[in-house]
Design a protein around this ligand. Structure first.
Ligand SMILES: *Cc1c(COP(=O)(O)O)cnc(C)c1O
Length: 375
């Protein structure tokens, strides 16, 4: 039994024929850039998401950058981001000369909260980037209402939550990434919808914005050799789109497999003192990009080491708050002492979570965790 954090080989083996055929077809047609599967996949993903425009691009980081360029954010404008997240979100803000305002997150759901956003707002605030961390949506209803009231854009970072659904108070449901002005996602291999290289996409419900985003992703070009905007070159390869178009059909099945594995972990790990299983928010489904526990009593690092000695990989997402990273100490602003973020960085641990995880593997993992925490 070789336990992996993510088992991409096992997942591929189940759909090998379909994937191989899709890739071969692409190679035989030699249509490597903007080929038919790019258009087909974008159309199918749009349909999956309930009709939002889908503009594919080269990766999730580009998606965030293009989103901010499309909203014409200007140097000095402030963008509110969670302090507990992957670096890409703040990176593109810095790259465009904008100011990242890093705010604390919820201690149980790990997402940015509207209360903390309200404390961070200033006359320079132009956008908020809720990151739907680990596969569960931030509290979008309140964030959207607040943003609307203040005339601020909302850019959702849904790189970890594609397939998750958010339920509004009136009962309407929307896909992660389709609630704000723009949604950004990544198709990095280990993401919930991953390709076999790099890939990303941008979502919006606004047709005019969709046109602008499409242009910016393609050298700001309105038609060949006519450049309306300063853009970038950011494309999804035809080969990657071919892979994604096959895998999209299985996305809901993959989410269900992750959810089933998460429930099994929940029961196997229940009643362990010093271990908090991931809490589910009432308003969102959880697609478990990660199964992230909180280990208290200063035992996190010891547990990680013990698991490694027993052949079990685990990861700390994320070990250092954004505001403490050298690159962001000078250019950003924070509010409050980011107490929750600091404590999460010292206590979170993510254990193997993927579509192929077996009950036997989970029992073994939970058994080792219990042994360590009980001694
Ligand atoms: C993976 C990820 C990104 C970046 O995606 P890439 O495709 O690797 O550029 C951005 N934000 C979050 C939250 C991510 O998890």
């Amino acid at each position: 039994m070789k336990i992996e954090m993510v088992d991409l080989k096992g997942q591929y083996s189940k759909i090998q024929n379909e994937i191989d055929n899709a890739i071969l077809e692409c190679i035989r047609s030699a249509n490597f850039i903007n080929g038919p599967s790019v258009i087909e996949f974008s159309k199918n993903l749009s349909q999956y998401l309930g009709g939002a425009y889908v503009i594919p691009c080269a990766n999730g980081t580009d998606a965030l950058q293009i989103a901010m360029m499309a909203l014409s954010l200007q140097p000095g404008d402030e963008v509110i981001v969670p302090s507990f997240t992957y670096v890409a979100t703040a990176e593109v803000i810095g790259l465009l000369g904008l100011v990242p305002v890093m705010v604390d997150v919820d201690p149980f759901y790990f997402n940015i909260t509207h209360e903390n956003i309200e404390k961070a707002i200033s006359s320079k605030t132009k956008a908020i980037v809720p990151v739907h961390l680990f596969g569960q949506c931030a509290d979008m209803e309140q964030i959207l209402a607040f943003a609307k009231q203040h005339g601020i854009y909302v850019i959702e970072d849904t790189a970890q939550a594609i397939g998750a659904k958010y339920t509004f108070k009136d009962g309407t449901q929307k896909h992660a990434g389709t609630m704000g002005d723009i949604g950004c996602t990544s198709f990095f291999p280990s993401k919930n919808l991953g390709c076999y290289g790099d890939g990303g996409a941008i979502f919006t419900n606004d047709e005019g914005l969709a046109d602008k985003i499409r242009m910016i992703a393609n050298h700001g070009q309105i038609k060949k050799y006519i450049h309306k905007y300063i853009g970038v070159n950011s494309r999804l390869d035809t080969l990657q789109a071919a892979v994604l178009d096959v895998k999209l059909k299985y996305l809901d099945q993959y989410s269900a497999a992750r959810q089933a594995a998460a429930s099994r972990y929940d029961s196997l790990l229940a009643n362990l003192e010093q271990l908090q299983i991931p809490k589910r928010a009432a308003h969102s489904t959880h697609v478990f990009h990660q199964y992230t526990m909180i280990i208290s009593g200063g035992k996190r690092d010891g547990l990680k080491k013990y698991l490694k000695e027993n052949g079990i990989p685990s990861m700390i997402y994320y070990p250092i708050p954004l505001n403490q990273q050298e690159a962001y100490r000078e250019i950003g602003r924070t509010t409050g002492d980011l107490e929750i973020t600091n404590s999460l960085c010292d206590s979170v641990l993510s254990i193997p979570m993927h579509t192929e995880l077996t009950i036997e593997e989970q029992i073994f993992i939970a058994d080792k965790i219990s042994t360590f925490l009980n001694t």
